[in-house]
Every structure is written in structure tokens, then in C-alpha cells.
Design a protein around this ligand. Structure first.
Ligand SMILES: [Zn+2]
Length: 275
């Protein structure tokens, strides 16, 4: 599932391609995405925001189109600002294809919403409601070390499971949780409240490091993530521990990374370094 760096990469590209455009027509191809065009037709796009893994396309009339791509949702733009037509093979069915469920026709091109598994959602909401909704603090934004320390000290859950709890911290998913814990040399199964101050600070910094690295490489496309220009991210070629089971640990160079399941999610670690 796309995490903070992937959704932020989508946001930055949408800003580049559709900010200032006007919505001319809404085409719904799948009744599951039952959107009322009344508040969006003729409206100008004045902002693109991200709240953890959710995107908000803000309109001049104070309404916003909220989108969560979940597992396999893809937002792809085509228009004069983007003439290349070579799409990633991860755009299954192509454009527009059998997995294209919604098309926003703009005055400078088209924005397609594709989703193979259809877990993603799109809603039209009042922009002010988004701000009044409670959002968990996010790394690289408003997550402070003080909040992070206090959160950890109050929880006996496995640290990795806590890091991925979107109601407590926004934007960290499985790939970056795995990499941050290896970087900080912390066992993913540790009880959160048993991390000392030094470990907590190290983990906090490691989270920022791996997310920044994810952003630098345009996100991870190990599953179905593509950016609005129809290309893939590259972080999957730069992960630290995620997906590296059987390979020698780069810290100790003695033990091979192992994989197990924690909270139902693939967990990768070095049993020698991560204590
Ligand atoms: Zn090691």
C-alpha cells in the first residue's frame, strides 16, 4: 500500500499538472464511485494537500475531492503538459482501460482513477470539514520527538505495529517501518514502552531518514504504485531490509536477514543487530 513518500509524490505531481485547472466534466464508469458532480463541475483547482495517506484536491468553492488510493488505486494525468504516452506496465488494462473507474475531464487534460482491487475511495466533502477532522501527527510535518516519546512510553504493543497505526502516527506503512527499525537496530517485536530515550531518538531520526530516502526516489513501486505521469518510483531498488530476506546484513556482515510475520505483515530483520 502506498505510504507517505508515495502519496506525497502523487501530491507533488498533481500540483505540477492540475493546479489551476478547471473541472469540465465528471465521467463515472463504475457505480461504486458514486460522486455527485454538482459541487465540482466548472470549479477551479486551487490546492492539492495530503493528510497522511489521503489526498485532497481543493476547489475554489470550498469543496474538496478526497482520495485514498489504498492498495491499487492510481491517479494518472494525461494532457499537453505531459505528452509522453509510455505508461508503466503497472497501469493494468492501460488508459483508459477496464480498471478506469472515474475520469475527471479538465480544461488542460484528463485525470484518470484506475483501481484493480477497488479498495480505494473518492469523496466530495466540504474543505473545512477536512481541517476539523482529527489527523494523527506525521513525520516530516508535525510529529515531534516529545509526542513520539510519550506515545511509545504508554504502549506495550510491538514497536513495529505501533509505528504503522494510522490513528497514532500518519503515513508510515510496512516498507518504511521495516527499514527504520533496522536502521535504528531495534527489534520489531520490542514492547514500545521498553525503548530507552536514546533508542527512541534514534528511531525517530531513522523514520525521517527512510521517508526522505523514499521521497528522493519517488516512492516504491514494488506493487502497483505509479505516479501521475504514469511512471514508477524507484525506492524498491534502495530498501534497506524490506524484501532482503536471505541476504547478508549490511551492519554485522555475519547474519542473513530473516522474514517473519508480525501483525499479519511481512517483517524483515537481522536477529543479531536488532535487539
Ligand atoms: Zn546484522
Amino acid at each position: 500500500m502506498p505510504e507517505l513518500p508515495e502519496v506525497e509524490t502523487i501530491r507533488m505531481q498533481l500540483e505540477k499538472y492540475i493546479l489551476g485547472a478547471r473541472i469540465k466534466k465528471l465521467e463515472i464508469r463504475n457505480k461504486k464511485y458514486n460522486l455527485d458532480p454538482k459541487h465540482i463541475i466548472g470549479q477551479k483547482i486551487i490546492g492539492i494537500r495530503r493528510f497522511a495517506k489521503q489526498l485532497s484536491i481543493d476547489l475554489y468553492n470550498n469543496y474538496s475531492i478526497m482520495i485514498h488510493v489504498k492498495m491499487t488505486g492510481q491517479l494518472i494525468y494525461r494532457g499537453p503538459k505531459l505528452k509522453i504516452n509510455n505508461l508503466s506496465k503497472k497501469v493494468i488494462g492501460g488508459l483508459d482501460g477496464k480498471h478506469t473507474h472515474v475520469v475527471f475531464h479538465l480544461d488542460n487534460g484528463d485525470l484518470y482513477y484506475n483501481d484493480v482491487r477497488q479498495f480505494g475511495w473518492i469523496k466530495i466533502v466540504n474543505s473545512e470539514k477536512i481541517l476539523s477532522d482529527k489527523h494523527a501527527p506525521e513525520p516530516l510535518k508535525d510529529l515531534t520527538l516529545e509526542y513520539f516519546s510519550s506515545l511509545l512510553s504508554k504502549s506495550k504493543r510491538n514497536i513495529k505495529v505501533l509505528l504503522m497505526d494510522q490513528s497514532k502516527i500518519g503515513g508510515i506503512g510496512n516498507i518504511y517501518a521495516n527499514d527504520a527499525l533496522w536502521l535504528a537496530k531495534i527489534n520489531p517485536k520490542r514492547s514500545s514502552n521498553l525503548l530507552n530515550n536514546q533508542e527512541t531518538k534514534l528511531l525517530f531520526d531513522s523514520i525521517e531518514k527512510v521517508l526522505k530516502s523514499g521521497l528522493k526516489f519517488g516512492g516504491s513501486s514494488e506493487s502497483s504504485f505509479v505516479t501521475p505521469d504514469g511512471k514508477e518510483g524507484e525506492y524498491q531498488n534502495h530498501t534497506l531490509v524490506y524484501g532482503h530476506q536471505g541476504e547478508l546484513c549490511k551492519y554485522c556482515k555475519k547474519t542473513k536477514f530473516e522474514k517473519f510475520f508480525l501483525g499479519g505483515r511481512g517483517t524483515y530483520w537481522c536477529k543479531l543487530c536488532q535487539i
